[in-house]
Ligand binder design. Structure first.
Ligand SMILES: C[S@@+](CC[C@H](N)C(=O)[O-])C[C@H]1O[C@@H](n2cnc3c(N)ncnc32)[C@H](O)[C@@H]1O
Length: 196
């Protein structure tokens, strides 16, 4: 098993809805349409919280069974079984593929084996592309931790980084310009500093 796959397997910690909301900070406008919580966890705390608030929400996680509002799927392998432009808002709190592609631990991959780092980055970008497919024009992806450097690779994406900028040594070895025609996309990150 690669170092990257090992990290995905190990990073299964779940936070209560209140904690996740501190970082994601969705507005009432974000919650007024269909919402997807990516990597919602087996306990899907945030999904349950929003169901109790009568938000039209679904969650997806590779460790969950498909049941009611929860979609069991591994986005590294499976397409989301939803049509294009389906969701107004996508929430991703500590979603592992983004975390390892963009968080401080990315430095470890790049330093130890550049090919693993590139593989990790490409997988995260593939997943991002699938999320962008199901995001409605003008919809938003709210992420924690930061996806700012991933979003730098999305031409035309409008960025807002409210807390931190990413240190230059975390930037990818080379741009991977695989996104096109996403000009209406607005990405919002709540950048959080994590200790590696
Ligand atoms: C660190 S946990 C965070 C769970 C929840 N969002 C929270 O903050 O409490 C990361 C979750 O992402 C899920 N995950 C990781 N890679 C995934 C993938 N490729 N497709 C779907 N879910 C994935 C894991 O199964 C895990 O439940």
């Amino acid at each position: 098993m690669s170092l990257a796959d090992q990290m995905v397997d190990e990073l299964v910690q779940e936070e209560l809805a209140e904690t996740q909301l501190l970082f994601l900070e969705p507005t009432s406008e974000d919650l007024s349409g269909r919402v997807l919580d990516v990597g919602c966890g087996q306990n899907h705390y945030l999904v349950d919280h929003f169901i109790s608030q009568e938000v039209d929400v679904e969650g997806v996680d590779r460790l969950a069974e498909t049941n009611g509002r929860i979609i069991g799927a591994d986005l590294g392998k499976d397409a989301l079984p939803r049509p294009d432009n389906h969701y107004r808002t996508i929430l991703a709190h500590m979603f592992t593929p983004f975390y390892i592609a963009c968080g401080p631990s990315y430095r470890l991959f790049a330093a130890s084996d550049l090919s693993i780092a590139v593989e990790v980055r490409i997988k995260a970008l593939d997943i991002m592309q699938e999320l962008l497919r199901v995001l409605e024009p003008g919809g938003r992806i709210l992420c924690s931790p930061t996806i700012i450097e991933l979003a730098h690779q999305v031409p035309g994406a409008a960025m807002e980084d409210r807390e931190n900028s990413v240190p230059p040594d975390l930037l990818p070895p080379a741009p991977l310009p695989i996104f096109e025609d996403q000009n209406e996309l607005c990405l919002l990150t709540t950048a959080v500093t994590y200790e590696s």
